[in-house]
Write a new protein. Structure first.
Length: 202
């Protein structure tokens, strides 16, 4: 039981000490929250980039495994593969010879202007059994180099800073690197993935 005001109240020093401790606890909680949010945003940005690179790489690997290893156009920034498929037709073989009938050329490249990784399917006017490079087929504009066809097509990935093609022994390799800003930050998050593929008949 309180008999005097002096005994029932807190001193100014006690109030200030309690307010200081409360402020310190709030600052600690705020720092932990900000650290957690920053980590979550980083994981979210990297996860989004990784997912789109994996989808892009999987499409490339699938096309490589259906392609002929003996006839491919390759430079560091683009790759053209033979394909027995088109968007509307499935793979077939010649009933007499049993050989694959090639119907299209699939071109994979990075568009440096838009930073998009793209796939373009160029249909052959006449399906053939003998494989031809992209420079040996007339797609309606006469015989052209691979660089001529590096426009249009389907977008497989965005924010792609690097798409590098190479041959590693009996395999083909694709290196994809993508980057994007985290929400509310200027810092770029980067993801890099390598893919290996073995063509049908090296």
């Amino acid at each position: 039981m309180c008999f005097s005001l002096r005994r029932c109240a807190f001193t100014l020093l006690e109030v200030m000490l309690a307010a200081g401790l409360l402020s310190l606890l709030l600052l600690m909680h705020l720092a932990i929250f900000q650290s957690g949010m920053s980590g979550w945003q980083k994981v979210e940005a990297q996860g989004s980039l990784l997912q789109q690179l994996q989808v892009s790489g999987a499409r490339w690997v699938q096309s490589c495994t259906q392609a002929s290893g003996s006839c491919v156009d390759l430079d560091t920034e683009a790759m053209a593969l033979l394909s027995p498929l088109t968007d509307s037709q499935s793979a077939t073989t010649d009933p007499v010879s049993g050989q694959i009938v090639w119907r299209a050329t699939r071109l994979f490249y990075r568009d440096s202007a838009t930073q998009e990784f793209r796939q373009r399917t160029l249909k052959w006017s006449t399906p053939r059994q003998n494989p031809l490079t992209i420079e040996e087929v007339d797609f309606g504009s006469g015989l052209q180099s691979m660089g001529f066809y590096r426009s249009g097509g389907h977008v497989l990935g965005r924010n792609v800073q690097l798409a590098q093609f190479s041959r590693q022994g009996s395999c083909w390799q694709l290196l994809l690197r993508a980057a994007q800003k985290r929400y509310g930050r200027e810092q770029l998050e980067r993801v890099e993935v390598r893919f290996l593929a073995i063509p049908r008949n090296l």
